[in-house]
Design a binder for this molecule. Structure first.
Ligand SMILES: *Cc1c(COP(=O)(O)O)cnc(C)c1O
Length: 354
């Protein structure tokens, strides 16, 4: 078995890329910021651009300290390993990214068990969490951490309200558990709610945000928390090979994204709503109401699987991703314009009924 990704068919150009908000290319201005970056040895603490990014991101999330890591996946793994000891239990939604999309890292690296909580659209309530709390005993795994995903990716890019998060955090803290937020798309939530990120994550002990999901940077994520937590987490960053050398070039791209690519996320959300409206008018397609930049839709009524529909569109230069047999996902991001959304709707209509 090879797990290597299939080599992309570069002979068919991609014109409208709804596949993922991770597939953006750095803009010219972002590349110029990278070229101008001051650099040093990140792992030795002498890269000024990385420190500047960490300070900026910590302030944005209202936490004492932050660390720069190559990916969101590593943020989750470092956070789980720092919060927990082997044998501990983490409570997270059944569809959480840590559960299904990080190659078993929580079990392999932190050695934790995950208890999957149910709930519509990728979220669970404080009552559901309360019901999953087990009495402390020598039989049950020690419950250490509650994990929430903002926005809930497989849930449809849904936004946790500040109230729902605070209610969940109150239950967690009452029972002595910590709260970690996978904030891969935290800024999408902040823009959708019109609430500062720091207010959204006030109940979370640790949180990270991704610079490669809609913010348009080529690499990087920042994990934030208390000064003690980040201090402790550095051992795991080092252990997993997440300490960098001249990280400043990438940190400069991420800083640029924080300064220039947040407010414009509102455009992606508006484009998502347009796409959803257009797709809903195609016979046989039903759409999950988007809350941010992700649009999930069912192809079942067309008689085509999501993969079959995607295969018909690929030669035309349009791509979306497959979430399930009949469930497609289209992502809006800074490389997709409103005009391309209209074109995408027309192409999908033709392909669905050819
Ligand atoms: C993409 C994603 C991750 C992982 O981030 P990478 O930067 O791709 O490693 C984690 N959680 C969620 C919800 C994501 O969408």
């Amino acid at each position: 078995m090879s797990y290597e990704p299939k080599r992309f068919d570069f002979s068919i150009p991609v014109r409208i890329n709804l596949y993922s908000d991770t597939q953006t290319r750095p803009t010219r201005a972002m590349k110029e910021a990278m070229l101008a970056a001051e650099m040093g040895d990140e792992q030795g603490g002498s890269d000024p651009s990385v420190w500047a990014l960490c300070d900026k991101a910590a302030a944005l999330m209202g936490k004492e300290a932050a660390m720069f890591l190559p990916s969101g996946t590593m943020c989750n793994q470092v956070a789980l390993a720092t919060h927990c000891r082997p044998g501990d239990e983490v409570l997270a939604h059944v569809d959480a990214h840590i559960q299904g999309a990080e190659a078993g890292g929580p079990g392999a690296i932190a050695g934790v068990m995950i208890r999957g909580l149910p709930g519509p659209r990728g979220q669970f309530t404080a009552e559901t969490l309360e019901a999953a709390i087990t009495p402390v005993s020598r039989y049950a795994p020690p419950q250490r951490l509650v994990e929430v995903e903002q926005t809930a990716n497989k849930g449809g890019g849904t936004v946790w309200s500040v109230q729902a998060l605070n209610d969940v955090a109150a239950v967690a803290h009452k029972h002595g558990l910590q709260v970690h937020m996978d904030g891969a798309r935290l800024m999408n939530a902040a823009v959708a709610l019109g609430v500062p990120a720091s207010e959204i994550v006030a109940g979370c002990d640790t949180v990270w945000l991704d610079f490669t999901k809609g913010l348009g940077a080529p690499l990087g994520a920042v994990l934030a928390g208390s000064r003690d937590f980040i201090g402790e987490a550095w051992r795991w960053k080092q252990r997993l090979g997440g300490s960098m050398r001249q990280g400043g070039m990438n940190a400069a791209a991420c800083s640029y994204a924080l300064d220039h690519h947040i407010d414009r996320l509102a455009e992606d959300h508006a484009n998502a709503r347009s796409l959803a409206r257009g797709l809903a008018q195609i016979e046989g397609i039903t759409v999950e109401e988007p809350e941010t930049n992700l649009v999930f839709f069912s192809t079942e009524g067309t008689g085509l699987t999501a993969a079959e529909l995607a295969a018909r569109l690929r030669p035309q230069g349009l791509m979306f991703s497959i979430s399930d047999t009949y469930r497609g996902r289209a992502c809006l991001h800074l490389d997709v314009t409103a005009a391309q959304v209209e074109e995408a709707i027309a192409l999908i209509r033709q392909a669905a009924h050819r």
